[in-house]
Design a protein around this ligand. Sequence first.
Ligand code: B1M
Length: 213
Amino acid sequence: MTDQESLLKRVKRAVLDGDGDKTIELTKEAVSQGLRAPQILDEALTPAMDIVGEEYENGDRYVPEMLISAEAMKSAMVVLKPLLADAGVKARGKVVIGTVEGDLHDIGKDLVAMMLEGAGFEVVNLGAEITAEEFVKAAKEHKPDIIGMSALLTTTMIHMPEVLDALQQAGLRDQIKVMIGGAPVTQGYADKIGADAYAPDAASATKLAKSLV
Ligand code: B1M
């Protein structure tokens, strides 16, 4: 195992242990050793969250332990945020993004927001548990090119069509593209509810957003 592989393994372990300080320290070390932000995300941070999810599903981890790992991952994202930027890119358009009503998972949505910002979009991040009314209010206020919705639960993705309906009723649907994503969401679901685009991950969300504006 190379030094870099071993370092990525230690970052992953720190997230699994929910050790925020160690996660920050090791993420900074990984950056200083020349590891790129997407590699740290794809080979250490995201796989750690997948294991957290599996352990929760198997009954080997409880919600508070899931939460401290999530906090550790978020602290690493603060370190990586500036590195996800494409230097020198001018504002490409505006995106309003949020996690839908009843759903407080915000790590993936924040990652999408960071990558969009890095690609030169102006991003208004509404946070999590955003109702259809709040999405419409933000659409009126910020006049975005794209609204992005994230859902991590099969029980909350059903709020996505409500947002589309609310935008339609407010007379805004024709002016705004809607992109959706999140672990249980699929292209088939996007087609079914009439969203303009679906992205499985933050990198493809950024590519898609560029093609939408
Ligand atoms: Co939750 N949780 N959780 N959880 N949690 C999952 C999602 C789950 C799959 C775990 C499991 O059972 N294996 C399961 C959902 C089952 C289902 O519905 N299918 C689950 C459950 C059941 C729950 C609770 C109900 C548990 C309980 O209380 N009994 C509860 C729900 C609370 C609520 O929302 N009302 C709950 C709570 C929590 C915590 C608070 C403890 C914490 C969230 C902390 C936070 O986000 N601030 C948490 C966590 C951390 C997870 C797991 C372990 C990790 C999620 C994550 O951050 N992944 C998750 C299991 C898993 O996903 N492996 C799980 C990393 C992140 C980078 O990936 O979010 O998928 P992801 O984002 C990706 C893509 O999906 C995509 O790009 C991102 C980056 O590549 N993407 C988009 C996301 N949004 C996008 C938007 C786009 C485009 C792409 O366009 C706009």
